[in-house]
Each structure stands twice: as C-alpha cells, then as structure tokens.
Design a protein around this ligand. Structure first.
Ligand SMILES: [Zn+2]
Length: 341
C-alpha cells in the first residue's frame, strides 16, 4: 500500500460488547477511562456488560449506570443480567430493568445452562422487544452445543437471540442455518478471532488468553467468511485486566484482552486487506449491524461519526492507550487503517 493517506468519514461505529470494571476493579478500567479508550479507538457508542462487582441485575444498578453515562460522547449504553447475580437460577426483573434503560440482557461470562430459566427469560424479553445475548460456553459443552440448545429456546419463544464472541466453524454454521430458517438470530465476531488463531500464540503469553480461546485456522476462516457474507457483526469484548493477572503465563492468566483501541486497524487488516471485503460492507459490520440488537428508543437521532485514515502504516503502542489496561498481544504490530480522534 502506498504511503499516502486517504480519509473516510463513516456513520459512528458501535461496540456492543465492552467490559468497564465499574464498579469492582477501577484500577483496570473505569467508565471514564473506558469511554476515553472508545473515543481513541474510533467508537461513537459502546454497550457495557453487566458482569461488574456487584453485577448489574436490578433496576437500581441499571439506573446508576445510565446516570453515569450522562448522554455524552461516545454514547454509553448498559446491558443487564438475565438472572439474579448471574447465577443462572432466577430470572432477574427484566421488565423493571428495561424500564430503567437496559439495552439488552446477558449473563456474559456465564451461559444460562437451565433451559427452563432461559425459556422464561426469553418469553419475557420477547414481550419487551429486547434481545437476549448468550456467552455460549460451558464446562463440558462446545460452543455449538450451547448454541444448538439456545436455538431450540429461540424457536419456542420467538425471542431475539444473539451469540456473543462466536469463534468456531460449527457455531457459525448453526447461526447461518438459523438465519436461513428465518429465526431472529444475530452473532458477533471479535477482532482477535478474525486476526488470530491458536497457531499464532507465542510462547507462554497470557495476553493470548481469552474466552472463548483462539480456535483453529479453519475456524478463523469460517468466522471471516461469515463476516464477509454479512452473517456476523463485530464487537470487541474489550476486557481490561491488570498486568499482574496477565503476565503470569498462559495457564494462570485471566481471560480477556483489551480491544477498543486496536479493533478498527485489526478488522480492516483481516477483512479488507486480507479477505478483500468491500470497505462499506466492513464498516456496516461496525456501524449498521450492531444497531439491530439495540432498542431504537435508547439511541439519539444522530450520534458521533467515525473518521478513518487509511494508507499510512503505524505501530500499536500499548503505552499510549487511554485504557488503564494494556493486556493484548498487539504491541508493535503495524497496521494501515487508524481512527482519527
Ligand atoms: Zn463472554
């Protein structure tokens, strides 16, 4: 690529999967630092996950997050738990949390294993017109096992269902089939699952550890193909952790990597430069498709736009991140497409 810069002005990019450790672990990320990372990364809106400490599982906690958001830029929305305490036993007060401004429901970090509990939640979410998102991972079950079970509940209830951070060829196949069947099903791919596969893990580095883990090369190829075909949207799963919980070897490391400040360069590299995806279609996976799972009433008529500079290579420098955390394997990697703050 020539070393000349072109700029692109696009509708605001939206990240429907970020973890700000607020409340619970403000040294890893606060709402303020997370929003600064989102702005630096080129995002106009983000949706936080409810697996904070304590979890966002009540209308009061949803309300306090919505208040913290303050309607600034980037726009901050919050999701709320499916079950009380994310324990998978008792459906939370979905109606009151929707009223308080929850964008959708998820127990992210845990899969709702009890089909009866999920079915009750999906019946109630259906009545509210809100999406239920699942972290499709559980001990002893594959991603596809979890998705297959969830699809049967989706079929029974008609509720909209979204698969978070999909990573396997088999999982992608199920989502494709469900969409072809006409079920109200969406799914997201993360930047790390389109850029990397398990063969890319270098040494014993905890910065390559996340849930779901990096999969095989064939899985990555299917995830890329599904993004290209318009089956998947993007989301970062931005997961800040202090250095001590990541720089301790792969086995001992906490799950998750930060993603907001590298998501655009990485997905542009993987999808536009390597897969030949048209820029507009790639941008859709960040700006238009994520809006499909958000309630229009929570979105202002217009929010920020995303501007990109393409064609001048620049290296990732984690020391310059606005995020309070640095945990990712990208430091020093060079990319050609960067957001203009
Ligand atoms: Zn998750």
């Amino acid at each position: 690529m020539p070393d000349t810069e072109t700029t692109l002005d696009l509708p605001g990019f939206v990240d429907v999967h970020v973890h700000f450790r607020d409340p619970g672990a403000p040294a890893a990320e606060t709402t303020e630092s997370g929003l600064a990372a989102a702005a630096r990364g080129g995002f106009a809106a983000v949706v936080t996950m409810p697996n904070t400490t304590p979890a966002i599982d009540s209308p009061e906690s949803v309300r306090s997050h919505v208040r913290a958001a303050g309607g600034g830029s980037p726009l901050l929305l919050t999701s709320a738990c499916i079950t009380r305490g994310r324990l998978g036993r008792e459906v939370a007060d979905l109606e009151a949390m929707a009223e308080a401004g929850a964008a959708f429901f998820t127990d992210d970090g845990s899969w709702v294993a009890d089909a009866k509990v999920l079915e009750e939640a999906m019946r109630r979410a259906y009545d509210l017109g809100l999406v239920v998102c699942q972290h499709a991972l559980a001990p002893g079950l594959s991603e596809a096992d979890c998705i297959r079970r969830d699809l049967s509940v989706c079929r029974a209830t008609g509720c909209r269902y979204h698969v978070q951070h999909i990573s396997t060829a088999e999982g992608v196949e199920l989502v494709r089939g469900a969409q072809a069947e006409g079920l109200p099903v969406t799914a997201e791919a993360t930047p790390h699952h389109v850029l990397l596969c398990r063969d890319d893990i270098v040494g014993d580095d905890g910065n390559y550890k996340m849930a779901p883990p990096l999969a095989g090369g064939e899985d990555r190829a299917e995830v890329r193909k599904a993004v290209k075909d318009g089956v998947l949207m993007f989301a970062t799963d931005h997961a800040p952790h202090p250095a001590a919980s990541k720089n301790c070897g792969y086995e001992a490391a906490a799950n998750g990597i930060v993603g907001l400040e590298t998501a655009i360069p990485i997905t542009y590299r993987a999808m536009v430069e390597e897969e030949g995806m048209p820029v507009d279609a790639w941008a859709d996976a960040w700006c238009r498709k994520p809006l499909d799972i958000l309630p229009p009433r929570l979105l202002p008529v217009s929010f920020g736009r995303t501007r990109l500079a393409i064609g001048r290579a620049r290296k990732v420098d984690v020391s310059a991140f606005a995020s309070l955390s640095r945990n990712c394997p990208y430091n020093g990697m060079e990319f050609d497409c960067w957001p203009i703050a």
